[in-house]
Design a protein around this ligand. Sequence first.
Ligand code: NI
Ligand code: MN
Length: 223
Amino acid sequence: MKIKFLGHAAVMLTTDSEILIDPFMTNNPLCDLSPSSVEPDAIILTHGHGDHIGDTIEIARRTGCAVYAMAELSRYLNSQGVKTHGFNSGGSFVINNSKIKVVQAIHSSSCPDGSYGGLACGFIVEYKEKTFYHAGDTDLFTDMKLIGENHSIDVAMLPIGGNYTMDASDAAKAARLLSPGLCIPMHYNTFPLVKCDPDVFCSLINASGVECKILAPGESIII
Ligand code: NI
Ligand code: MN
C-alpha cells in the first residue's frame, strides 16, 4: 500500500486501486495538484465540510469514479450527478481487494448546500496484511483504544491542528490509545486557525514509544 499525502487531510492511497481520500485541492494552499490531474478509481469521504469534500464533484463527474460517503452526504452527491455508494458508521465495504471499515469520529458534518450530511467518520483500510487508519476530523475519544485493539494499525494519520479537531497534545494521547506502528500528522498549517508545529507532536509521541513521520505535501510512504 502506498500512502501519498496531498496536504491537509487529502491522501491518495494506492492498493489494487487508486483510492482518493478527502480530495481538497483547488482551495488547499498546501496542495499543488490540480483536480484534473488525478485519475482515481474511487473517492472516499470522511465528511461533507469544504476542506474534505473539496473537488470531489468535479473529479467524479470527469472520471466517472464512485464516491463512497455517509448515507446522507452520498444522497446529496448523487443528486449532483455523481455515482455514489452510501455507508454508515460501523459498516464496511470492499474496493478491489481493499477492505474499508467506517469508524466513528467526533466531529460535525453537512452537505455543501447546508443540508444534513450525516455523521463524520474515519476509515480503517486493510490491504495485503497492512492496515492504515485515517482518523478524519476528530476529537480524542477513548474508543480509539478499541480501534487499536481490533486492528493492528501499521500507520495512523491523525489531525493535530486544533480548533476544528484535537490538537497535538490530545493527538499524542490518541496515538497512545491506538498504538500504531507509525503516526503521520495531518490537518495542520493549512490556515492560520490550524497552525501547529508538527515536531511538538512527534516529540510527544516519541516519548511514549510511538514512531512519527512528518510527510510534506506530495510525499509518500509505502507499507
Ligand atoms: Ni470538518
Ligand atoms: Mn477539516
